[in-house]
Design a binder for this molecule. Structure first.
Ligand SMILES: Nc1ccn([C@@H]2O[C@H](COP(=O)(O)OP(=O)(O)OP(=O)(O)O)[C@@H](O)[C@H]2O)c(=O)n1
Ligand SMILES: C[C@](O)(CO)[C@H](O)COP(=O)(O)O
Length: 230
């Protein structure tokens, strides 16, 4: 039976958030934003280990108490310039701890709304899949293509369009190989690397509460969502 591991890319700077503190360490209801993704993954019974990919120069991780997750949680100071590089470096760093056929769930530190129910859904629907899959939400709004002056150029068809979320769940060996074959290409999620190999990941319905904290206004929205779940 394969094991399940989580890998949390957390080596970004949060430039779209602004400010000096990387957004994964911004306070949300008295805890750092990253706490919520770490807690959701560490608390899930199926997940054997949780690896957090930090920037090599990260000095903030150590300032928090992670003892509640001791034995399951391991920081890796090997983040890269791009998100996919952080994920690739993290996979390389755990090569002696994870088997080729084990499942790896890659989840953004910037998504604090991950629930046990969403994890159960993803693992339940993808655990027997030949390629892997990801949480995603079907696009609900009308989509506009803008011109250089931010005026509407046209409306884009939204049929069968989904917004990718995380976790994105793939076998360790397949994902590591997919990310090793990029040949200079930049991918913004793991599924894109899998697509480049000609494989089709499975889309599993996620939830808008699992949104990615990106802009300043997202902090208040996150506090409302997490406060409601508390
Ligand atoms: N070189 C990078 C860039 C991003 N991430 C992580 O990938 C997740 C999603 O990326 P994003 O929301 O883009 O975070 P940032 O890159 O920090 O934000 P920005 O693009 O606004 O700088 C975040 O948890 C971020 O910490 C990472 O591990 N390594
Ligand atoms: C992985 C991801 O969250 C899926 O939507 C997204 O691609 C991350 O993009 P970012 O620019 O690194 O935030």
């Amino acid at each position: 039976m394969p094991n399940y591991y989580a890998l949390i890319p957390a080596a970004g700077f949060g430039s779209r958030m602004g400010g000096e503190t990387p957004k994964q360490y911004l306070s949300v209801l008295g805890r750092p934003l990253i706490h919520y993704a770490v807690a959701a993954l560490c608390r899930h019974a199926v997940i054997s280990g949780v690896y957090v990919v930090l920037a090599p120069e990260d000095q903030l991780w150590k300032s928090y108490d992670w003892s509640a997750f001791a034995g399951k949680l391991k920081p890796l100071y090997c983040g890269g310039a791009e998100r996919f590089e952080s994920v690739r470096n993290g996979l390389d760093a755990i090569r002696d701890e994870v088997d080729f056929e084990d499942w790896v769930l890659v989840h953004d530190a910037a998504r604090p709304g991950l629930s046990e129910e969403l994890l159960d859904r993803l693992i339940g629907e993808v655990g027997e899949d030949p390629f892997g899959g990801l949480l995603a939400v079907p696009v609900a709004d009308t989509l506009k293509r803008a011109d250089a002056d931010s005026r509407v150029l046209r409306t884009e068809p939204r049929d069968k369009l989904w917004q990718a979320q995380t976790p994105q769940m793939f076998r360790y060996g397949l994902l590591q190989r997919a990310l090793s074959l990029l040949d200079g290409a930049v991918v913004t999620d793991e599924a894109q690397a899998i697509e480049r190999m000609g494989f089709q990941a499975k889309l599993v319905v996620g939830d808008m509460t699992n949104f990615k904290v990106t802009y300043p206004q997202d902090i208040k929205l996150t506090e409302l969502i997490l406060g409601d779940k508390a």
